[in-house]
Design a protein. Structure first.
Length: 159
């Protein structure tokens, strides 16, 4: 209800780029949402991305990495093909991070090839690196996720 039309259009640009639909309507009258449901005039801006694509874009560019993991060549090939990153393919863990934090993913040569949201904090990630997923419970003392980074939480660079 406040701000000029230019501000509202800029908000629509930001929202749709993030995968959200946006509606601009008259907010001065009482119960604007009820009036929208009843067919009041409005301008609708469709989302530019699917929610899944918007999430991947958010992972790739909106967060600051808290740590780094280095992966072997087999794991690099697997994640480039769309698979989740399993602990068996992790050869090194650097930095301090918590479960859910963004981490960089390096190939065996030390080149950053992607980013992902870690299923484990850095201490647990270091403990299970190189282990098969079925050994996680034995190593950590609890049954965690099979993957270090699930494919839905993983963005691999094009190059």
């Amino acid at each position: 209800a406040s701000g000029g039309m230019v501000t509202k259009l800029e908000a629509a640009r930001i929202a749709t780029a993030a995968g959200c639909q946006m509606i601009i309507c008259n907010g001065q009258s009482p119960a604007p949402l009820s009036r929208l449901e009843a067919g009041a005039k409005c301008t609708t801006f469709a989302a530019a991305l699917t929610p899944h694509t918007a999430r991947k874009q958010w992972i790739a560019g909106a967060l600051t990495p808290k740590g780094t993991i280095r992966i072997d060549d087999g794991a690099a090939k697997a994640v480039r093909a769309g698979s989740s990153l399993l602990p068996a393919g992790v050869i090194a863990v650097r930095g301090q991070f918590e479960r859910g934090d963004l981490i960089e993913i390096e190939n065996n040569a030390g080149t950053v090839i992607g980013h992902g949201l870690s299923s484990y904090g850095s201490d647990d990630a270091a403990a299970i690196r190189g282990h098969k997923s079925n050994a996680i419970e034995t190593v950590l003392g609890y049954r965690g996720r099979d993957e270090m980074i699930h494919a839905d939480n993983l963005v691999i660079s094009d190059s």
